[in-house]
Design a protein around this ligand. Structure first.
Ligand SMILES: *Cc1c(COP(=O)(O)O)cnc(C)c1O
Length: 388
C-alpha cells in the first residue's frame, strides 16, 4: 500500500533525542557503562509530597472523569497565587491561565491557533525543537534568529528581515535559555514587548527554567515587562521546577485572547490534564520553594564540578547563572559538534548533545546536561581527557 506522509510531516526534522537515544541503546547493548549528559531530564525523583498528593487525589472518584477543558479551578487559582508571589503579577484564573499536558504541548499547539499556511514564526537558533516543529505542523515557516555569543545569546531584533516581519505572527523567546544556558539582560523583555507591539506579534515566552538558577540570580517574567500581558503568553512547566517530566503538566499564562485561541485548539485535540495530576500540581507549587532551594544547590555543585574539571583540562567555559545545562564552545582543534559528540561516545562513553542538533547556529558547541550525580560528572571529566 502506498501511504504517503503529508508534506508538513516530511518537512519536520528528525527529533534530535530519538537519534541520540538510538546510539545510547546500541552502546548499552554492547555492555558499556555510559554516562549520559545528553537529554535534560532531572535524575532525582518527584518530591514525596507530590506523589502522596496524587495518590490521595487518585482515590477520589470525582477525579476520574474528563477534566474541564479550561482546567481545574483549584489548580488555576493556585497558579495565580504562585504568579503573584513569585513575580508580583496578577492574573485572572478564569481567562489568563490554562493548564497544559506539559508546556511542550502548548508551545507546539500555539501556532495552530495563530499561524495560517505561509505565515512565519520567529524562532531562536539554536532552540528547543518544538518552536520549529509546531510552526511547520501548522503550515507555517520558521524564520531563524541566530543566538550568538557576541550578543550574549540574545536575538538581534534589528537584523530580522522586513519580508519575514511582514508575515510573522509569533516570536518565541526562551530565557533562561535551552540550550545556551544564557539569561537575558535587564531591558530585553521590554525591548521584545515594544517590538511585538510595533509588528503585531504574539510573544511566546518559554519560561521552563525560570526556577532553576544559581548564585543570587532570579529570573524575571516576560509578563512583567511594560505591555507584556498585551503582547504575549508565558509557558511554565512543573517538569524542571519539580522533577515531574513524566507527569506531563505545565501551564500557559498571559493575554486572554491568546489563551482563548490555545484553549480552543486544545479542546479539539485533547481533553485536558488528569484531575488528580492537577491536584498534585497544586501541592508541587506549595512545596516548590523548599524543593528548589535544595535542588538548585545540587545543580550548582554539579555545574561547578563540570566546569572546574574541564578547566583543568584547559577547556575554559563560563559558569551559567541558570538552567541545568552547560553550553560549551568546542576545544580549539575541533570543528564539528557531531564528530565531537560521536567521539565522546565512542572513546569516552560519555553522551553529550551536538549543538547543531538545535539549529545551524549551534554548530561549534556542545551541550552538557547536569542531570547525573556529581561523582558521575567528575568521572565524565576524567574520561573526556581522551577526546580533549
Ligand atoms: C524541558 C523544556 C520544556 C518543557 O517541558 P514539558 O515537560 O513539556 O513541560 C519547554 N521548554 C524548554 C526550553 C525545555 O527545555
Amino acid at each position: 500500500m502506498g501511504f504517503e506522509f503529508t508534506n508538513r510531516l516530511k518537512k519536520l526534522p528528525p527529533y534530535l533525542f530519538v537519534e541520540i537515544d538510538k546510539a545510547k541503546r546500541i552502546a548499552a547493548a554492547e555492555g558499556r557503562d555510559i554516562i549520559d549528559l545528553g537529554i535534560g531530564d532531572p535524575d532525582e525523583p518527584t518530591p514525596k509530597e507530590v506523589i502522596d498528593a496524587l495518590h490521595k487525589a487518585a482515590q477520589d472518584s470525582k477525579n476520574h472523569h474528563y477534566p474541564l477543558d479550561q482546567g481545574s479551578s483549584v489548580f488555576r487559582e493556585r497558579i495565580a497565587r504562585w504568579y503573584r508571589e513569585r513575580f508580583q503579577i496578577s492574573l485572572d484564573p478564569e481567562k489568563e491561565i490554562l493548564p497544559l499536558l506539559g508546556s511542550k504541548e502548548g508551545i507546539s499547539h500555539l501556532p495552530l491557533a495563530f499561524i495560517n499556511p505561509g505565515d512565519v514564526s520567529l524562532v531562536p537558533d539554536p532552540c528547543y525543537p518544538p518552536y520549529k516543529g509546531g510552526t511547520i505542523l501548522a503550515g507555517g515557516i520558521p524564520y531563524l534568529m541566530p543566538l550568538i555569543e557576541k550578543n550574549n545569546f540574545l536575538p538581534d531584533l534589528k537584523k530580522i528581515e522586513k519580508l519575514a516581519l511582514k508575515k510573522a505572527k509569533i516570536i518565541y523567546i526562551n530565557y533562561p535559555n535551552n540550550p545556551t544556558s544564557s539569561v537575558c539582560e535587564k531591558g530585553f523583555f521590554e525591548d521584545v514587548a515594544i517590538f511585538a507591539k510595533k509588528y503585531n506579534l504574539i510573544v511566546a515566552s518559554d519560561a521552563a527554567y525560570s526556577e532553576v538558577s544559581f548564585d543570587d540570580y532570579r529570573p524575571e517574567s516576560f509578563l512583567k515587562a511594560e505591555g507584556g500581558k498585551d503582547a504575549g503568553v508565558e509557558f511554565h512547566s512543573l517538569s524542571k521546577t519539580c522533577n515531574m517530566t513524566g507527569w506531563r503538566v505545565g501551564f500557559a499564562c498571559g493575554n486572554e485572547k491568546i489563551i482563548a485561541g490555545l484553549a480552543k485548539v486544545k479542546s479539539n485535540i485533547d481533553s485536558g490534564v488528569f484531575n488528580a495530576i492537577q491536584m498534585a500540581g497544586v501541592t508541587a507549587l506549595d512545596i516548590a520553594d523548599k524543593h528548589l532551594e535544595r535542588m538548585n544547590k545540587v545543580y550548582q555543585g554539579r555545574r561547578d564540578a563540570l566546569i572546574d574539571g574541564l578547566s583543568k583540562l584547559g577547556w575554559v567555559i563560563k559558569k551559567p547563572k541558570a538552567t541545568f545545562y552547560i553550553w560549551a564552545a568546542l576545544p580549539k582543534r575541533h570543528k564539528s559538534s557531531i564528530d565531537f559528540a560521536r567521539m565522546a561516545l565512542d572513546k569516552a562513553d560519555v553522551i553529550i548533545t551536538p549543538g547543531i542538533g538545535f539549529g545551524e547556529s549551534g554548530e561549534g558547541y556542545v551541550r552538557f546536561a547536569l542531570t547525573v550525580s556529581k561523582e558521575k560528572i567528575q568521572e565524565a571529566v576524567q574520561r573526556l581527557k581522551k577526546v580533549f
